[in-house]
Design a protein around this ligand. Structure first.
Ligand code: PLP
Length: 390
C-alpha cells in the first residue's frame, strides 16, 4: 500500500466480507480461520471448472494451475515456488516430513512442552516405530523471556538429537516464539529443524529462507484466510530428495514437486484460490493489518484480564494476534473442566477456547480484520456470566 493511501477500514466495516454469524461472538480465528466470500467464490469457480470437464481439467489444466498457485504463495512467503508443495493442513505436512526421516534406536526427537498434540503424536509414532525417544524442551510460562526459551531448547539438545520440531506460534499458550534464535541453537548442535508454522502465514510476516529452518509447514486457511484445506510444506533444497508425501502415488521417484502435486484424485480448489486470499490480505493492509491485529489482541487480553482480575500470558515480541488470559479458578484444573468450560462458552454464544497450561485454565482470544474491541467487551460479559454459573 503506498504511504499516502488511507488505511482500510476494519472491524465492523469489513465484517460483511465474511459469512460470519453477527449474533455470535467470533473471537477464535486461530483454530480454523474464517474464509471471506471472495475466496469462497474463487474456490467455487475452480470447482465449477473441474466439474465442467473433469478429464481435461485434471490432465491439461491442474498441473500448471497448481504450480502457478505455488509460485504466488511462494512470493508471499519470500521464497521460490519450486521449494513449495501444497498439503491439506499442517498435520499432514508435519507427518510427511516426520515419516520421511529414518530414525534408529536411541535417537532423540526434540519437541517443545507446548507442542500441538497432533504433531506431537506424529513424532511419538515415528519414534516408537524406530525405538527412538521424544525429549521435551520445557517452555517457561507465563510471560517467558525469549532468551530463556532459546536456552531451554539448547539445554534439551544432546549428541543423540536427530531432529527438533519447533512451533512458530504455539497453540494453547499463543506464544510467538523466537524462532530464528531457536533454529540457530539447533543448527549449532548439528540438528535439523522442522517448524510447525500452523499459525505463521498471515499472522506474522514470513521470509522462509531467512528463517533458516530445514522444513517449514504452514496453514493458509488460518491467518491468511484461504479456503479450508490450504496449507504448504516448504523444504530447503538440500532436504527435498527423500521427502515423500504420506500417500505414495504415481510421482514416486520423480522428485519433491511431482510426488506432492499428485497423490490421487482430489479437490485442489482450496490451493488454486490461494492467490485471491493473498490479494484480499493485501487489500486489508498486509503488514499494517498484522500489526493492527497484534495491537487489538493485546488490548483485548488486557481488557479481559482487568475484568477477570487475573493476568495475561505474554507481552511484547512474544505476543501475536492471539491473546491468553488466565481464568480465575482456584485449584488445579482437569481436562474435563476445560472441555466443560468450552461447551458452556459455545452455548453462551462465543467460540473462545480454553486451554490448560501449567496447572491453570487460560482463555485464548484471536484478533483478525473483522474484529474490534467491542467483540471482547461482549466476550468479557459472556465469560463473567459463565464463571458465575460454575
Ligand atoms: C501449533 C499448531 N500446529 C498444528 C495445528 C494443526 O493444524 P491443522 O488442523 O490445520 O492440521 C494447529 C491447529 O490449530 C496448531 O495450532
Amino acid at each position: 500500500m503506498p504511504a499516502s493511501a488511507p488505511a482500510p477500514l476494519l472491524g465492523r466495516a469489513v465484517r460483511h466480507e465474511w459469512v460470519l454469524d453477527p449474533d455470535f461472538v467470533s473471537v477464535n480465528h486461530g483454530s480454523f480461520g474464517a474464509t471471506p466470500r471472495v475466496v469462497l467464490a474463487a474456490q467455487q469457480e475452480w470447482q465449477r471448472r473441474m466439474e465442467s470437464q473433469p478429464g481435461r481439467f485434471f490432465r491439461a489444466v491442474l498441473p500448471d494451475a497448481l504450480r502457478h498457485a505455488a509460485d504466488r504463495l511462494a512470493a508471499f512467503l519470500g521464497t521460490d515456488g519450486k521449494d513449495v508443495a501444497f498439503v491439506e493442513n499442517t498435520t499432514v505436512g508435519c507427518n510427511a516430513v516426520l515419516r520421511s526421516l529414518r530414525f534408529a534406536p536411541g535417537d532423540e526427537i526434540l519437541v517443545l512442552s507446548h507442542a500441538y498434540g497432533a504433531v506431537r503424536n506424529a513424532a511419538r509414532f515415528v519414534a516408537a516405530q524406530a525405538g527412538a525417544r521424544i525429549i521435551e524442551a520445557a517452555v517457561p510460562f507465563p510471560r517467558p523471556e525469549p532468551d530463556a526459551i532459546v536456552a531451554a531448547v539448547a539445554a534439551a539438545l544432546t549428541p543423540r538429537t536427530r531432529l527438533a520440531v519447533l512451533d512458530h506460534i504455539t497453540s494453547g499458550s499463543a506464544l510467538v516464539l523466537p524462532l530464528h534464535a531457536m533454529i540457530a541453537a539447533c543448527h549449532a548442535a548439528g540438528v535439523p529443524v522442522l517448524v510447525d508454522g500452523a499459525h505463521g502465514p498471515g499472522q506474522v510476516t514470513l521470509d522462509l529462507p531467512a528463517l533458516g529452518a530445514d522444513w517449514y509447514v504452514g496453514n493458509c486457511h488460518k491467518w491468511l484466510c484461504a479456503a479450508k484445506g490450504c496449507a504448504f510444506l516448504w523444504a530447503s533444497p538440500q532436504h527435498q530428495a527423500g521427502l515423500h508425501p504420506v500417500t505414495i502415488s504415481h510421482g514416486l521417484g520423480d522428485g519433491f514437486r511431482a510426488e506432492f502435486d499428485w497423490t490421487g484424485t482430489r479437490d485442489c480448489s482450496a490451493w488454486l484460490s490461494v492467490d485471491v486470499a493473498i490479494d484480499f490480505q493485501a487489500r486489508l493492509g498486509d503488514e499494517a493489518l498484522r500489526t493492527r491485529n497484534r495491537m487489538l489482541a493485546a488490548d483485548a487480553a488486557s481488557l479481559l484480564s482487568r475484568r477477570l482480575n487475573t493476568e495475561v500470558a505474554a507481552t511484547g515480541a512474544l505476543a501475536g494476534a492471539m491473546g491468553l488470559v488466565r481464568l480465575p479458578l482456584s485449584g488445579p484444573v482437569t481436562p474435563q473442566q476445560s472441555l466443560d468450560m468450552r461447551a458452556r462458552l459455545l452455548e453462551a454464544g462465543t467460540d473462545a477456547p480454553t486451554h490448560i497450561v501449567g496447572d491453570a485454565l487460560w482463555l485464548r482470544l484471536s484478533a483478525h480484520a473483522y474484529n474490534e474491541i467491542e467483540d471482547y467487551q461482549r466476550l468479557g460479559e459472556i465469560v463473567a456470566r459463565v464463571l458465575r454459573d460454575v
